[in-house]
Design a protein around this ligand. Structure first.
Ligand code: M6R
Length: 369
């Protein structure tokens, strides 16, 4: 069943290029337009949407945080992202013009289900992004966009996360398309690169041996910090979550811009800090700021693990360990930047003798509140 791998998680990490390709299959045509037939919310309704609210838990919540950048940038519709467990307890403002996107691999997460029920009671439309055919969340939603990751067995979500990102990008682009957002060069390039992104995921997977070696060398550490900015910030949160649940290590993700507002006090000699570096192109301001963050933490003794695009030479002098990822459009970077973090957490768990597929205290789907 594990197809020759020691763990389902390793198999599922390796399946990511296919999962991504399958989730795109038949949804982008040769001319670059999107057909999301299953999204049975009429274009008229979608044109009237004035707010998007994403609700989800855990890894799916991180996918939602990334979706916000894409939705707001490509459609100019305001987007909020909220933990499903917090959402309905704060009396959220919802009406018929609100589109709620409920993201869930299992389709059975109780908090997400309760959040979408609450949203529908207030008249909002709910679109589920889900990996499990016929599960409760899509059944109770107005529409569903299925991720085609195939069954995910390991408790730690990997391939489902990448496909949730793909689905969210598709929803954002589709909203732009039906609402007549100007399809400029940028969006055209994104659609083109998205349809080829599974090859880039494959390329990252082929270069993971040094990441494994690094993970093994850190097995005795107690803490790892993760920093990122823009879409790299949710990637940092996801890297930290993977490490908590698999390696049982203290791991935290921070927005790099927050360093000086507190977290920098945590930096001490030889503390591993993983930094997700934004693309040097197009976002040079953020890129330069993160490079100075890396300098700052390194000057205070941190052991820097830098995830940066191929060709980004500015980071080289400050990286104790450098992990290369392919260049992608800014918003798509999480699809490649997350992969080394999954491999890192999986290898650390193994090195620490932990049960990879079934971490202590966790269930694959949380069907209680
Ligand atoms: O099935 P769901 O996507 O609704 O599950 C949400 C979370 O429970 C899930 O992502 C959890 O955080 C994973 N174990 C993370 O790896």
């Amino acid at each position: 069943e594990k197809g020759g791998y020691d763990y389902f998680m390793l198999k599922e990490i390796a399946e990511q290029p296919k999962a991504v390709a399958d989730t795109l299959l038949g949804r982008i045509d040769a001319s670059g337009s999107l057909t999301l037939d299953e999204v049975r919310i009429s274009p008229r309704v979608l044109r009237e949407v004035d707010k998007v609210v994403v609700v989800a838990c855990g890894t799916a919540f991180h996918a939602g945080l990334i979706a916000k950048y894409a939705i707001e940038h490509w459609t100019r519709i305001p987007c909020e992202v909220e933990l499903a467990s917090e959402f309905r307890y704060r009396d959220p403002i919802l009406d018929a013009q609100t589109l709620v996107i409920a993201i869930s691999q299992s389709g059975e997460t109780m908090d997400t289900l309760m959040a979408l029920r609450h949203a529908r009671e207030q008249g909002a439309r709910v679109l589920a992004v889900c990996n499990t055919n016929g599960s409760t969340i899509p059944r109770e939603s107005d529409a569903v966009l299925y991720t085609h990751a195939g069954p995910e067995v390991a408790v730690a979500s990997t391939k489902a996360f990448l496909t949730q990102l793909v689905a969210c990008y598709l929803v954002a682009l589709y909203l732009g398309q039906v609402r007549g957002t100007k399809w400029g060069d940028e969006i055209q390039a994104v659609v083109r690169d998205l349809s080829r992104i599974s090859y880039e995921v494959e390329r990252v997977l082929a270069t993971m041996e040094p990441v494994r070696a690094l993970a093994r060398s850190l097995a005795a550490k107690n803490t790892v910090l993760f920093l990122g900015r823009h879409v790299g910030y949710p990637v940092a949160l996801e890297g930290a979550l993977k490490l908590k649940e698999l390696a049982y290590m203290h791991a935290e993700g921070f927005a790099a811009g927050e360093l000086k507002h507190g977290p920098i006090a945590l930096i001490e000699e030889d503390l591993p800090v993983v930094v997700v570096v934004p693309s040097p192109k197009g976002r040079s301001v953020l890129h330069d700021k993160i490079v100075s963050n890396i300098q700052e933490i390194r000057a205070r003794g941190a052991r820097t693990v830098v995830i940066a695009e191929e060709g980004d030479e500015a980071v080289v002098p400050y990286a104790d360990h450098l992990i290369r990822i392919p260049a992608t459009p800014v918003l798509l970077q999480p699809l490649v930047a997350t992969v080394p973090l999954q491999v890192f957490a999986c290898e650390l768990a193994t090195a620490r003798g932990n049960e990879v597929d079934q971490p202590r205290n966790l269930a694959k789907s949380v069907t209680v509140e």
